[in-house]
Design a protein around this ligand. Structure first.
Ligand code: TRP
Length: 465
């Protein structure tokens, strides 16, 4: 399969996979989940899930990809289980759906670079007007999708790997710079306290549920993104340690993003931490207000840097999301890569249009989805798609991938692949724990997560509160 290409180095693969993991989920999603989940107690649960459950699933996805050198659909077929390829198909659909709305949010963030650079902090109060202006935000979204397309078009080592090697270190340096700056602000310590001192009385079923979903999404699991990246990994690489490093990088960057954001909220709120639970508006409303409070050219520099780093993080993720359907089209539909990239990017952009319109421009896409479950609840098209893709398909896909690897393909085959390039893996503690997690922990927990989501989102039966 020499013509298929692949990552040129271990570091390149790790940078690309960590780039996939680190995205809006870390810098936008994680802090607002922490805020709503009551701070540090959420963080503790999140970390447990990342290491006990997500890391083993990640190693499994990469192993399946490397073993078969295929996309998620072809991978099941190549192992001799064509009747499991629906799991891969579901993953391709999830990838298309996730990228369709992810790109809308990335487009907003891209536009904010322009707004911050021109010192327009008032955008915070006009966020609703901003998202309603579909020509403007649609244009930004289009630019973002084109950037993603151009990277993916250049292939694995020449595009994705190169971009990740450049963007990831830049991202880390920028976040660290922002952390240092925000820690110097008045009341920064109140923010840190909220973030780092756990209050376990805040823990309840829904905090645990959210922590699980957040961990899984943040590590790009459940749809075969890492089966796809794994299919481009060299046989000599150590998958187990790579997966551990990718998990650490993702968790580390989410953690540091919190160190940047909570001191800012401490500063803005005068220490009361009011606004910490601001939800999705945290990044697009609360933060620009803070940059406005800093004011002047310093405010503009800090604000612009923040949204540049957010876009860098998003780009290495959108690239991985696009690569999944592209690899599928190349392997299975025998479409030339260059063509497959434009085709998929075009389809995904179109699929994203209702999400784009659902923030005030179109009444229908902004609210009509309240009827999608009995009893109804107010939601927009983007949230509706996210419920299907992130909350429903990813846990189901993850559950099936783990179950498949351990019980259908069988543990000894999985272990054999994982041991390639990992001397000392066989018989180690890591092997035992990874096997246990993939065989029992992951299928059961992810299965429960899936069932709870379906009951709650589609039937309005809420077992946990
Ligand atoms: N993990 C990315 C984030 O946190 C998003 C992402 C990229 C993703 N590829 C994925 C999520 C594949 C699920 C599956 O922003």
């Amino acid at each position: 399969m020499a013509t298929r290409g692949g990552f040129s180095s271990r570091l390149g693969f790790i940078a690309a996979a960590a780039g996939s993991a680190v995205g809006l989920g870390n810098i936008w999603g994680f802090p607002f989940e922490v805020g709503q989940g009551g701070g540090a107690a959420f963080v503790v649960i999140y970390l447990l899930f990342c290491f006990l459950l997500c890391f083993p699933v990640m190693a499994t996805e990469i192993a399946i990809g490397r073993k078969t050198e295929r996309n998620p659909v072809g991978a099941f077929t190549a192992l001799g289980y064509k009747n499991w390829s629906w799991v891969g198909k579901m993953g391709i659909v999830a990838g298309i759906l996730i990228l369709s709305f992810y790109n809308v949010i990335a487009g907003w963030a891209f536009g904010y670079i322009v707004e911050m650079a021109s010192g327009n902090f008032g955008i915070a109060e006009q966020f609703g007007e901003y998202t309603k202006n579909v020509i403007k935000v649609g244009g930004y979204g289009l630019i973002f999708m084109l950037s993603t397309t151009l990277v993916v078009k250049r292939g694995i080592s020449g595009g994705i790997e190169k971009a990740a090697k450049l963007l990831m270190p830049t991202l880390i340096i920028m976040i660290l710079g922002m952390v240092i700056y925000s820690l110097t602000l008045p009341n920064a310590m109140d923010g840190l306290k909220f973030y780092l001192v756990p209050d376990f009385s805040k823990l309840n079923g829904s905090v645990i549920y959210n922590a699980m979903g957040q961990a899984f999404f943040s590590l790009s699991l459940g749809m075969g993104a890492l089966i796809t990246y794994g299919s481009y990994v060299n046989r000599k690489e150590n998958i187990v340690s790579a997966a551990a490093l990718i998990t650490l990088a993702d968790v580390g960057i989410a953690f540091i993003a919190g160190m940047m954001i909570f001191p800012l909220i401490g500063f803005m709120s005068g220490g009361t931490m009011e606004g910490a639970a601001g939800g999705p508006g945290l990044i697009f409303v609360t933060l620009p207000q803070i940059f406005g409070t800093i004011g002047g050219s310093l405010g503009a520099i800090v604000g612009t840097s923040f949204f540049v780093l957010l876009c860098f993080a998003a780009l290495t993720s959108t690239v991985s999301l696009l690569e999944v359907p592209v690899t599928y089209a190349v392997d299975e539909l025998k479409i030339r890569r260059g063509r497959a990239v434009w085709l998929m990017a075009g389809i995904i952009f179109l699929v994203g249009i209702p999400s784009l319109l659902g923030f005030g421009y179109s009444e229908f896409f902004s609210t009509a989805f309240k009827t999608f479950k009995p009893g109804g609840f107010d939601t927009d098209f983007l949230s509706f798609i996210a419920s299907i893709a992130n909350d429903t398909i990813l846990p189901l896909g993850g559950c099936m991938i783990a179950f498949f690897a351990a019980h259908v393909w069988k543990k000894h085959n999985l272990n054999e692949e994982l041991a390639q390039g990992a001397p000392g893996y066989m018989g180690s503690f890591v092997q035992k724990y990874l096997n246990f997690s993939v065989s029992y922990l992951a299928p059961v927990i992810l299965g429960v997560l899936f069932i709870l989501t379906v009951l709650s989102k589609f039937f309005n039966i809420n077992i946990i509160s």
